[in-house]
Design a protein around this ligand. Structure first.
Ligand code: PAF
Length: 286
């Protein structure tokens, strides 16, 4: 696997690819875990060339968020990405991505200010900005995003559609630890006890899924069932919402054909955790 050093080397590598080659791109913030590697594996199946970027993007973190605490593991990332079959990896440097005087921003639709965007107003504009830049640099034919960041998937798809980018966005299923905890680079900032307590989030989501499978369609009752499992004095719930899988508008009831998405965000030991589950629709039970 080629380790690309600097934007110029990345551009030269991209120019040197076979014209017309399919390029699968996996953008990441590093500290790669099995969830990321599942994206690389999916890209390997779908494209002739597979590239990964690693960049803890400061513009998607608010002041007082965990930018400094975000886990970093350059060596481990290179090793794991190579073993997973990627052809190239780029560790971006902040001064190259955002040189002095950088001032452009990306404006997003109102759904970027709901759910995760409510407490983190700069988050999705920052994500959109870096993803757009990376798309221009890598010029992928396919890009792979994990459904753990469900709202991010919806917003990136929307941006690609609105801006006529010729990139197929491939959503990949969320990957869980054996305990049920959604895999996240941030899990490494939890204590062993925190990791156990955090399983309550997925327990809540699975409880809602069971109720849905038994025929429950009422959003308030599905949410209440999940909330009972999640309730813990150590967990500070940010939101638990059942939304339309496409528009992310809150639902009163789930139409099993169209489906719903139950999304949760919470803080535990100062670590922000998110998780979600499909209820109905494609691959969403019942
Ligand atoms: O999902 C992530 O890890 C990040 O938001 C992304 C897409 C790499 C942009 O920094």
């Amino acid at each position: 696997m080629r380790i690309l050093d600097g934007i110029e080397e990345l551009r030269a590598w991209r120019r040197g690819l076979e014209p017309g080659a399919t390029v699968g791109f996996v953008p990441t913030m590093g500290a790669l875990h099995d969830g990321h590697l599942s994206l690389v594996a999916r890209a390997r199946e779908a494209a002739e060339v597979v590239a990964v970027s690693v960049f803890v993007n400061p513009t998607q973190f608010g002041a007082n968020e965990d930018l400094d605490r975000y886990p970093r593991d350059r060596e481990g990332d290179a090793e794991r990405t190579g073993s997973a079959g990627a052809d190239a990896i780029w560790f971006a440097r902040e001064e190259e991505v955002y040189p002095p005087g950088f001032a452009t921003t990306v404006d997003l639709p109102p759904i970027a200010r709901r759910l995760c965007g409510l407490d983190r107003p700069v988050h999705f504009p920052g994500v959109a900005l870096i993803v757009l830049k990376l798309f221009h640099l890598f010029r992928p034919t396919h890009a792979f995003f994990g459904e753990k960041d469900y709202q991010q998937c919806v917003l990136v798809e929307r941006m690609v559609r609105d801006l006529d980018l010729e990139i197929e966005i491939v959503r990949c299923p969320l990957v869980r630890e054996e305990s049920g905890l959604a895999r996240s680079s941030r899990n490494s900032n939890l204590t062993p006890e925190g990791r156990e307590v955090g399983v309550a989030l997925s327990r809540g989501l699975f409880r809602a899924r069971e109720a849905f499978d038994r025929g429950e369609r009422d959003a308030a009752r599905l949410i209440a069932g999940a909330a009972v499992e999640i309730e813990d004095p150590r967990i500070s719930l940010e939101y638990l919402e059942l939304v339309d899988p496409v528009t992310l508008a809150p639902l009163d009831a789930v139409d099993p054909e169209r489906g719903g998405r139950l999304l949760v965000a919470a803080r535990l030991e100062s670590v922000r955790l998110i998780d979600n589950i499909a209820l109905g629709g494609e691959g969403g039970g019942a």
